[in-house]
Design a protein around this ligand. Structure first.
Ligand code: HSE
Length: 431
C-alpha cells in the first residue's frame, strides 16, 4: 500500500467535499488504487470553517506555508482560487517538490504555461481536471484520448450559470435577475457572478482547453470575450422563430493556419447537439483530425462533481508515485502548426441583428442601405409589431460577413436619429 499525504489548502465547498470523499471512500481507494491517502493538513484563512474539519490525524492552520514546510506532504491541493496568493502557493509547493492538484481556472488561464514549465523543471506533476467542466473528464480526454490528433475545433458550453440563465429565460418563466439569483443559491455562480455573466469564466476555461488541446501558447488577452448581459428574452424568442437557440459558446477553431479563440452568445441551429444542453449542464464538442467528432456532457459545477474530479487527480498522481511513472504536462510550441491568433475583426460569420427603430416610412431602407454599403447581405428580415408607441424591433439574419464590416455598420446605424436603442448583434455558428 502506497501512503500519500495530502495538504488541503482552501476548505470551502469543494475543499470540504474533497475531505468527505476521501474519508468515505478510503476503503474503495485502497482496494482500487493501492493507495492510503491521508489528509495531513487543512488550511483556510477562515477560522470558522476550520472548526468543521474532522481532526483525527489532520492538523489545521490558517497559514499555507505551514503546509508547504512539512516535508511529509506529497501532494498540495490548491482550492483557494484567485491568481495572486494561489500562484505563490503553487510555485512554492512545486519548488518544495510537492505535486499539485488545483481547480484554479483563472490562474491556469493566465499562468498555466509558466507553472507547467516550472513543474517540468522540478520533476513535479500538476493536475487540474476540475478547472474545466467540473465533473466532466475533459482535461484527461484531451491529454490522453486525443493525444494522437490534431484538433480542428472545440465548442464548449462551459459556464453553468450562464447556461442556466439562458435556459430559464428561454422557458419564459424567469427574467435574467431571478435566474441569476437561483444559480447563486444553488452554488454554481462564482463568488463574483460578473465573471460568469461577462463570459470571463468561460474564457478562462477556453484558454486551458486551447493550451492542452491545441498545444498553443495562448495569451489570455487575445481571447475575444462577450457575455450574456445584453441578451433579452425577445432575442431568444426571435431566434427560436428562425430555428435557433442562443447559447454562450466558447469557440476555438483552426482557420487557415491560425486559431480563432472567442467566447460570445451564439445562435446555434436547434438541431445542433449543443442546443439541447440545458440548465447548469456543460458540454464540450470536439473535432479531431483522426477521431472525428466527440461530445462530453455532464455537471460542470457543484460540490461533488468537482470534488470527485479533484480526488481522481489525487489518485492519478498517487498511482504514478506508486508505480514510479511520473507524467508531466508538456506544452510544446512546435507541433500545433498554428501561426497565431485570428483577430476578431478578421472573422467571417453570419449574424442575427435586432434594431430598435422608429416606425415610419423609409426606416428599413436606411438600415439596409448602410448594411449594403458595408458589404453586408441580408438573408431575411422581419419587422415585429410595435411594443411601445414609437419603437419597433427590426430583426434580421445576414449571410456570412466580415466582423469588422459588421462593427462599422452597427456603429453607423446606432448614430441614426431613427434608432432609439443600442442595436443587438449575435454571431451564428451553423457547422
Ligand atoms: N461559475 C462556474 C459555472 C462554476 O457557473 O460554471 C464552475 O466553474
Amino acid at each position: 500500500m502506497k501512503k500519500v499525504n495530502i495538504g488541503l489548502i482552501g476548505f470551502g465547498t469543494i475543499g470540504s467535499g474533497v475531505a468527505e470523499v476521501l474519508e468515505n471512500r478510503q476503503k474503495f481507494i485502497r482496494e482500487h488504487s493501492g493507495l492510503d491517502v491521508a489528509i495531513k493538513w487543512v488550511c483556510d484563512k477562515n477560522h470558522a470553517v476550520l472548526k468543521k474539519v474532522r481532526l483525527g490525524q489532520t492538523k489545521i492552520t490558517s497559514n499555507a506555508y505551514d503546509v508547504l514546510r512539512d516535508k511529509n506532504i506529497d501532494i498540495v491541493i490548491e482550492l483557494i482560487g484567485g491568481t495572486k496568493e494561489a500562484k505563490d502557493v503553487i510555485v512554492k509547493a512545486i519548488k518544495a517538490k510537492k505535486h499539485v492538484v488545483t481547480a484554479n481556472k483563472a490562474l491556469l488561464a493566465l499562468y498555466g504555461r509558466e507553472i507547467f514549465k516550472i513543474a517540468d523543471k522540478n520533476s513535479i506533476m500538476v493536475r487540474f481536471g476540475a478547472s474545466v467542466g467540473g465533473g466532466i473528464p475533459i482535461i484527461r480526454a484531451l491529454r490522453e484520448g486525443f493525444i494522437s490528433n490534431r484538433l480542428d475545433r472545440i465548442y464548449g458550453i462551459i459556464n453553468g450559470t450562464s447556461n442556466f440563465i439562458l435556459t430559464k429565460m428561454a422557458d419564459g418563466k424567469y427574467d435574467f435577475g431571478k435566474a441569476l439569483r437561483e444559480a447563486q443559491e444553488k452554488g454554481f455562480a462564482e463568488r463574483n457572478p460578473e465573471l460568469d455573466i461577462s463570459g470571463m469564466d468561460s474564457a478562462h476555461k477556453l484558454a486551458i482547453l486551447i493550451l492542452i488541446g491545441f498545444r498553443f501558447p495562448i495569451n489570455f488577452k487575445d481571447i475575444y470575450v462577450e457575455g450574456i448581459g445584453g441578451i433579452e428574452a425577445g432575442d431568444i424568442e426571435y431566434a427560436k422563430e428562425y430555428g435557433y437557440t442562443i447559447k454562450l459558446l466558447a469557440i476555438a477553431k483552426r482557420n487557415n493556419g491560425r486559431l480563432e479563440a472567442r467566447v460570445h452568445p451564439t445562435l446555434l441551429p436547434n438541431a445542433h447537439v449543443l442546443s439541447n444542453v440545458s440548465g447548469i449542464y456543460n458540454a464540450i464538442h470536439i473535432k479531431g483530425d483522426l477521431i472525428g467528432e466527440s461530445l462530453f456532457y455532464g455537471e460542470g459545477a457543484g460540490k461533488f462533481p468537482t470534488a470527485g474530479t479533484v480526488v481522481s487527480d489525487i489518485i492519478d498522481i498517487g498511482s504514478r508515485l506508486r508505480t514510479e511513472s511520473k507524467d508531466y504536462i508538456l506544452v510544446s510550441d512546435s507541433e500545433n502548426k498554428l501561426s497565431g491568433i485570428k483577430k476578431i475583426g478578421e472573422i467571417r460569420t453570419r449574424y442575427y441583428a435586432r434594431f430598435s427603430a422608429i416606425d415610419k416610412p423609409g426606416v428599413l431602407a436606411k438600415i439596409s442601405g448602410i448594411l449594403a454599403r458595408h458589404n453586408i447581405s441580408i438573408a431575411s428580415v422581419t419587422q415585429k409589431e410595435r411594443k411601445t408607441a414609437q419603437v419597433v424591433p427590426i430583426v434580421m439574419m445576414t449571410h456570412e460577413v466580415l466582423e469588422a464590416d459588421m462593427q462599422k455598420a452597427i456603429r453607423t446605424i446606432d448614430n441614426l436619429d431613427i434608432i432609439k436603442d443600442k442595436s443587438i448583434r449575435i454571431k451564428v455558428e451553423s457547422e
